[in-house]
Design a protein around this ligand. Sequence first.
Ligand code: ATP
Ligand code: MG
Length: 173
Amino acid sequence: MDGLVHIYTGNGKGKTTAAVGLGIRAAGSGMKVLMIQFCKGGSTCEELVIAQLKPAFELLKDKKISKFTWQMTEEEHKQMRENTLNLFNLAISSANNKDMIILDEIMAAISAGFIDEKLVFDFVKNKPSHLELVMTGRNAPEKLVELADYVSEINAVKHPMTKGIDARKGIEF
Ligand code: ATP
Ligand code: MG
C-alpha cells in the first residue's frame, strides 16, 4: 500500500486528538507508528496510553519545553531551533523503519521559526513511498497543503474558553 500525506489544520479543537486516533487505528492494523510532538512540553494524558502500546506506537517529544514562543529569550529560541531540528532528524532517520509518522504541531514549529518550511517540504516530497505521514497544526503553509492527499481544516465554531472555561485534564491535555 502506498503511503499518503495527511494534514489536520484550522483553529478549532481536534487536530492532535484526530492524529492520535489515526495512529491508534494504524497501530491496530499492525502498522508501526511514531508520533513526534513539536513545540509542546509537559505531559498529556494520551501519553499514558500510548506508552502501553510500545513498540507499536511510540511517542517522542522534548519534555523540557515550558514556555510559549513569545516568552522566549533569543538564547532560548536558538535552543528551540536546535532541539526542533534534532527531533525532525529523528523523523528522517525513522522514515524507513516506521509505517506511519505523525509530526504533531509541525505547523506551529514552522510558524514560530523553529524549523524551515523548506526542510519539511523536502521531507514530505521525498518520503519513502510506503510511509503514511500525518502533520498537524494551525496555519498549514500552502505549499504543504498542495503536497498533501488529505487536508482537514477544523474550524472553531464554538470553544468553551470564550465562556471562561479553562483547559480540562483528560479533554484538553
Ligand atoms: P486537541 O489536542 O484537543 O486535539 P488541537 O490539537 O486541535 O486540540 P491545538 O492548536 O494544538 O489544538 O491547541 C492546544 C489546546 O488549545 C487544546 O487543548 C485545545 O483544546 C485548545 N484549543 C483548540 N482550539 C481552541 C480555540 N479555538 N480556542 C481556545 N482553545 C483552543
Ligand atoms: Mg494540537
